[in-house]
Design a binder for this molecule. Structure first.
Ligand code: 5CA
Ligand code: ZN
Length: 412
């Protein structure tokens, strides 16, 4: 698929800090240790509705990861998928009497526009599930040959399932107990009661064609892929095993990232799938998680239509820490707009207090598990001093402007 337009990331004087991130698998904030090429996979949208602020918060989180690595001199091989064939998309198309392909194309186009407007540095590869079916089929066939996958005993629909114990490490990513796994598996797209499975927790890899459903001819028979194997195949075929960061919202901790890792590890015989599993908290509205199925959404495109600036959306979301579940409120946006105006006013001054310390603190806070609340406070301090004192270093406003642009993605 086509990705979206690039954005210029200015260079900032001084030295970057190595990025440390919280890893769900080990429960610790650990240094990321990319080579010259940093490798990141972030789970993309299922395009049946417009991008809401929850999605935006997640993609902005990983944009910060991307930007800190760029600042540290790495090249970043960033891959993001689009789940352009799956149950929720087909259900929505059915409900609205829409063509699922057209619906997916329309929402994906809007997503690209939203990401561009938010100044998100684009992935190097933006990959659809449909266009990846041949490579997904290939990995499923290999899992079947190796005995990590099996067909259910159903002559009509002999769907292929993954033996979740194939690696002997299942559960290492989420660290959930059996009860929590069973609960989330059932709630988040799993089918514990499918007759013929060897274990309720085994996950679907290939769904044989049913009447009226989209299907592709393949060596597995006509059908379509399960969800988790899509991300395993797309990630390892581009990034290889042991890539630096697997990312998404915290609703993907289980089952999605646990199974994506288990599939890839069973397939390759290598561990780990990713060196860090990084999860953004859930954005809520009126006390509930913002989600397409609940319909309590604030769309990025709606805010754009209302003239809200990307920088204000970033500042509103970055006012909280990325791992916290947090609420979107009109007041949060109003405060972010005021902050943006104050910052803009300060960098437009002819001079300001020396920028070195501010830039160093900004880098320190962001390198420490993306501590954006503290990073914003560090910029606030410089801004207040610049506005009150006037005068000082004539180069400082441009340096702060470049640092805020490069490290936080905010154009002042
Ligand atoms: N296509 C799959 C991933 S392979 C999927 O989960 N799509 S999605 O459209 O449902 O979500 C896209 C991304 O936004 C995921 O990373 C998900 O974790 C994240 N997300 C969804 N809702 C929220 C929310 N309310 N707050 C923060 N992130 C969210
Ligand atoms: Zn995914």
């Amino acid at each position: 698929m086509q990705t979206w337009s690039s954005v210029t990331v200015p260079r900032v004087p001084g030295t970057a800090r190595p990025l440390r991130l919280y890893d769900t698998a080990t429960g610790q904030v650990r240094p990321t240790t990319p080579g010259k090429l940093a490798r990141m996979y972030v789970c993309g949208i299922t395009p049946y509705d417009a991008t809401h602020l929850g999605h935006a918060a997640t993609y902005l989180t990983f944009d910060l990861v991307h930007r800190q690595w760029l600042d540290a001199g790495h090249e970043v091989y960033y891959v993001q998928n689009v789940t352009d064939v799956d149950e929720p998309l087909l259900e929505r198309a059915e409900r609205d009497q829409d063509d699922w392909i057209v619906l997916g194309m329309r929402e994906t186009a809007l997503f690209r526009e939203d990401m561009e407007a938010l100044r998100v540095v684009p992935p190097r590869e933006f990959v659809g599930a449909v266009e990846s079916i041949p490579e997904i089929v290939e990995v499923i066939a290999k899992l079947l040959t190796d005995g990590s996958a099996y067909r259910v005993d159903d002559p009509e629909y002999p769907d292929v399932y993954f033996d979740h114990n194939a690696t002997g490490r299942f559960g290492y990513e989420s660290n959930y107990d059996a009860e929590t796994m069973a609960k989330f598996f059932a709630e988040r797209g799993g089918d514990p009661d499918r007759p013929g499975k060897r274990d309720p927790l085994d996950a679907l890899l290939w769904r044989c064609a049913r009447p009226g459903e989209p299907a592709w001819e393949s060596e597995l028979g006509a059908g379509r892929p399960g969800w988790h194997i899509e991300c395993s195949a797309i990630a390892i075929n581009r990034l290889g095993m042991g890539f630096d960061v697997q990312g998404g919202g915290s609703d993907l901790v289980f089952p999605h990232h646990e199974y994506s890792a288990a599939h890839a590890e069973a397939l390759s015989g290598e561990h780990p799938f990713a060196r860090h599993y990084v999860h953004a908290g859930m954005i809520g509205l009126d006390g509930e998680k913002m989600s397409k199925s609940r319909g309590n959404l604030v769309f990025v495109s709606r805010l754009r239509a209302d003239g809200v600036e990307a920088g204000a959306i970033r500042l509103a979301l970055f006012a909280g820490h990325y791992r916290e579940d947090r609420a979107w409120t009109p007041d949060l946006l109003a405060r972010a707009e005021e902050r943006l105006a104050r910052w803009r006013e300060a960098v437009a001054l002819a001079a300001g207090p020396p920028a070195e310390d501010t830039v160093a603190r900004l880098r320190d806070h962001l390198a420490n598990d993306l501590d954006t609340p503290k990073a914003l406070t560090a910029v606030d301090a410089w801004v207040e001093e610049a506005r009150q004192r006037q005068g000082g270093d004539p180069d400082a406003p441009a340096v702060v402007r470049a640092a805020v642009d490069s490290l936080l993605g905010i154009a002042l």
